[in-house]
Design a protein around this ligand. Structure first.
Ligand SMILES: [Cu+2]
Length: 274
C-alpha cells in the first residue's frame, strides 16, 4: 500500500500516537491554572514529521535536541524524526484543549492528546478542535533559535572549515521509487566521509527530492545557525542546511536520514576518522 503521493512510498500506519495512544483514546495531561508546564517533545516515529500546536496556548521553546536555547515563543513547530524540543506552556486558560500533531507528509489522521485543567467543568475539548497555531501564527524556524550558552570553542567563531562536504540528497523519483541517495550513492555502496581528528568539518546539504529529510549525525553535536543540534530537517524542493562540527570523537560514526525507510533504502554514510 502506498500513500502520500509526494514522490516517495510512505509506509502505511494504523494510526499516529502521542504517548502510545491513538487519537480516539488520547493521553490526558492534567494541569492547574497558574502552573508553568514543560512539554518534552520527542519524535521517535519511523517516518513521520509532525506539525504540532496546542489549542489556546503558545509554546515557549527552551531546548532543541536537549541543548538550551534562548526562549522563543511560537504558535507551532515542526519536529522531524529524531528531533527533540522542550517547550513551556503557561497554564492560563481553564478548560480542556487539544494538542494536535499533524503529519506533514502523507494523510494519516493527526496524533492527539488533551491538556485538561483540574477542576474544569469541561472534560473534553470540542470534537475536531484544531489549534489556532496549525492554521496560522508563528511557526518555529531554526533561524529563530540562539544557544543560551556560549558555543564551545572553536565552533563559537565563524571560522573557515578544514574540510567541506557538499552533499546532494535525492531519490524517490519515478525511476527510482524506494531508492534514496546521498550524493548519488546508496549505502552500503557508498564512500565514507573521511575526516581527521581536530578538524573543523563543514557539511552543506541540498535536498533535490520532494520529501523531508531529518539528517542525523552520531557521536557529535554540530553547529547549525546559532545553535547546537544533532539532527537537522531539510525541507523538500531545494531545501538547504549546513552544519559545522569539530572532529573530537574518533571512531566510525553513522550519518543518516532519520526517516527509517529512507535510511534502509540507502540514505546514509559513514563518517570515518582516518
Ligand atoms: Cu530522508
Amino acid at each position: 500500500m502506498m500513500g502520500g503521493g509526494k514522490g516517495g512510498i510512505v509506509p502505511p500506519y494504523e494510526g499516529l500516537m502521542i504517548n502510545g495512544r491513538l487519537p480516539e483514546d488520547p493521553a490526558v495531561f492534567d494541569v492547574k491554572k497558574g502552573e508553568r508546564v514543560r512539554l518534552r517533545l520527542v519524535n521517535p516515529s519511523s517516518a513521520t514529521t509532525y506539525h504540532l500546536a496546542l489549542a489556546g496556548h503558545r509554546l515557549t521553546v527552551t531546548h532543541a535536541d536537549g541543548q538550551p536555547v534562548e526562549p522563543v515563543e511560537v504558535d507551532s513547530l515542526l519536529i522531524g524524526m529524531g528531533e527533540r524540543y522542550d517547550v513551556v506552556v503557561e497554564a492560563t486558560q481553564p478548560g480542556a484543549h487539544t494538542l494536535l500533531a499533524r503529519t506533514v507528509e502523507g494523510d494519516a489522521p493527526p496524533a492527539r492528546a488533551i491538556l485538561r485543567y483540574q477542576g474544569s467543568r469541561q472534560n473534553r475539548p470540542p470534537g475536531g478542535q484544531v489549534p489556532e497555531g496549525l492554521r496560522g501564527g508563528r511557526r518555529l524556524r531554526y533561524a529563530d533559535l540562539q544557544s543560551a550558552r556560549s558555543l564551545p570553542q572553536p565552533l563559537a567563531e565563524a571560522g573557515a572549515p578544514d574540510r567541506t562536504f557538499d552533499l546532494r540528497l535525492s531519490g524517490g523519483m519515478m525511476m527510482s521509487r524506494g531508492e534514496w541517495f546521498i550524493d548519488g550513492q546508496r549505502y552500503p555502496d557508498a564512500d565514507p566521509l573521511e575526516i581527521r581528528e581536530g578538524e573543523r568539518v563543514r557539511v552543506n546539504m541540498r535536498n533535490m527530492s520532494m520529501m523531508l529529510h531529518p539528517m542525523h549525525l552520531h557521536g557529535h553535536f554540530f553547529r547549525t545557525g546559532g545553535i547546537l543540534k544533532d539532527t537537522v530537517l531539510l525541507e523538500p524542493h531545494m531545501g538547504r542546511a549546513s552544519f559545522d562540527f569539530i572532529a573530537d570523537n574518533p571512531g566510525r560514526w553513522f550519518f543518516h536520514c532519520h526517516n527509517l525507510y529512507h535510511l534502509h533504502a540507502g540514505m546514509a554514510r559513514e563518517v570515518r576518522y582516518v
